[in-house]
Design a protein around this ligand. Structure first.
Ligand code: UFG
Length: 329
C-alpha cells in the first residue's frame, strides 16, 4: 500500500476521498489551508492533517523531503463560476499558480503520479451531447479556463519532465458518504441539491429555479449528477491505472443521464416526502442548457463502475446528511 498526499482534503470531495482511502488501508497525509474546507470534515481521527497552502513551496519541499509519496490527489480549488467572472485574478492565482508550484515541487522531488480534479466547465457550451473526451475545449468563464490551463500544464509537464497524471472532469458532484458521516458543505452554498434540501428543512428561503425557458424538454437546465463516492472511486482507479505504467490521460466522469432542475426537485419531493418551496427566477449567467457526460472511456479504461447512479439514491444520501447537519447547527 502506497503513501498518498491528499491536497484539499477538508473539502467536499477531498474529505470523502480521504475517508475512502483510509478505509482501504492507505497511508495518508492530508493538506488543506482551511480557506474553504472544514477541519471537522476529517472524520477519521488518526489521519495526519497538515494545515498549509499548496502554493507554499517551502512547505511542499519539507513534505516531499521528509515523506516518500506514491501519489498525489489534488482537490484544492476555488469552484464558483460566478465568483470567477468577478474575481479572475483569485482564480488564476489559487488554481493555476498554486498548482504550478505543486507540479514544480513534484518534479523536483521526483514525486508522482498526480490525479487532478478537473471539471465539465473546461468544455464551455457543448457542441454535442453526451460530451466525450474528444469534445473541443472552449471554457466560457475563468473557473473553467483555470482548470483548462492546468490540464495543458499537465500535458507539458508529462512531455518535458515525465510527470504522469490523470485529469478527471467531474460533471455535477452530488450526494454524501452513504454512512452519513460526511457530505456537501460549502459557504456560501450555491449547488442545487443542498439548496433544495435546505428549503425543505426551512433553514433557507425557497429555492430559486434559474430559468424555465431553456431548450430542454421541461425548460429547466439538464445536468449529469454523479455520486461523490463514485467520483472518489474513480480517483483510486486512476491511481492504479498510472501505477500500472499506463500513459497520462483525461476522463469525463458522470452517469450519462441528464436530469433537469425540475426532475431533481421532483426527486427531492419523492425522497423527503415534502414539497420543495420554490419560485421561478431569471436564468443564472453562464449556465449551459445541457451538460451530460459520456463516461464510457473511464468505464472501459479504468474499470470504473459507478454504484449510485440512481438520482433518488443520490438525493437520499444527501438528505440523510443534511438532516444530521441541520440538527448540529
Ligand atoms: N440551480 C437553480 N437554483 C439554484 C441553484 C442551481 O436553478 O439555487 C440550477 C442551475 O441553474 C443549474 C443546476 O441547478 O442549472 C445545477 O446547478 P449547480 O450550481 O448545482 O451546479 P452547476 O451545474 O452550475 O455547477 C457544477 C459545479 C461547478 C462546475 C460546473 C461545470 O458545481 O463547479 O458544474 O459545468 F463548474
Amino acid at each position: 500500500m502506497g503513501k498518498i498526499l491528499v491536497v484539499g482534503a477538508c473539502g467536499y470531495i477531498g474529505s470523502i476521498m480521504a475517508a475512502q482511502l483510509f478505509k482501504a488501508g492507505y497511508d495518508l497525509v492530508l493538506l488543506d489551508d482551511l480557506s474553504t474546507g472544514f477541519e471537522s470534515s476529517i472524520v477519521d481521527v488518526n489521519l495526519k492533517l497538515v494545515i498549509g497552502d499548496v502554493g507554499d513551496r517551502a512547505l511542499l519541499d519539507l513534505l516531499f523531503s521528509t515523506e516518500k509519496f506514491h501519489g498525489v490527489l489534488h482537490f484544492a480549488s476555488l469552484i464558483q463560476v460566478g465568483e470567477s467572472v468577478l474575481k479572475p485574478a483569485q482564480y488564476y492565482r489559487s488554481n493555476v499558480a498554486k498548482t504550478l508550484t505543486l507540479l514544480e515541487a513534484m518534479v523536483e522531488h521526483d514525486v508522482g503520479p498526480l490525479i487532478f480534479s478537473s471539471t465539465a466547465a473546461v468544455f464551455g457550451e457543448p457542441e454535442y451531447s453526451p460530451i466525450d473526451e474528444a469534445h473541443r475545449q472552449a471554457p466560457i468563464n475563468p473557473y473553467g479556463a483555470s482548470k483548462f490551463m492546468i490540464e495543458r500544464m499537465l500535458e507539458d509537464f508529462d512531455r518535458a519532465y515525465g510527470l504522469k497524471s490523470v485529469a478527471l472532469r467531474y460533471f455535477n458532484a452530488a450526494g454524501a458518504d452513504p454512512e452519513g458521516r460526511i457530505g456537501e458543505r460549502h459557504d456560501p452554498e450555491t449547488h442545487l441539491i443542498p439548496l433544495a434540501l435546505h428549503a425543505v428543512l426551512g433553514v433557507r428561503p425557497p429555492l430559486k429555479v434559474f430559468g424555465r425557458d431553456y431548450p430542454t424538454p421541461d425548460g429547466t437546465c439538464v445536468r449529469d449528477y454523479i455520486h461523490v463516492t463514485d467520483l472518489a472511486e474513480a480517483h483510486l482507479r486512476a491511481l492504479e491505472y498510472l501505477w500500472a505504467g499506463n500513459p497520462s490521460a483525461r476522463f469525463n466522469l458522470g452517469n450519462g443521464n441528464g436530469f433537469s432542475v425540475q426532475e431533481v426537485l421532483d426527486a427531492v419531493e419523492r425522497v423527503t416526502g415534502r414539497p420543495v418551496p420554490s419560485e421561478d427566477a431569471p436564468r443564472r449567467a453562464g449556465d449551459p442548457a445541457n451538460l451530460v457526460a459520456d463516461s464510457r472511456a473511464a468505464k472501459s479504461v479504468l474499470g470504473w463502475n459507478p454504484q449510485y447512479a440512481d438520482i433518488d439514491t443520490i438525493v437520499a444520501h444527501a438528505w440523510a446528511w443534511e438532516q444530521k447537519r441541520v440538527k448540529l447547527l
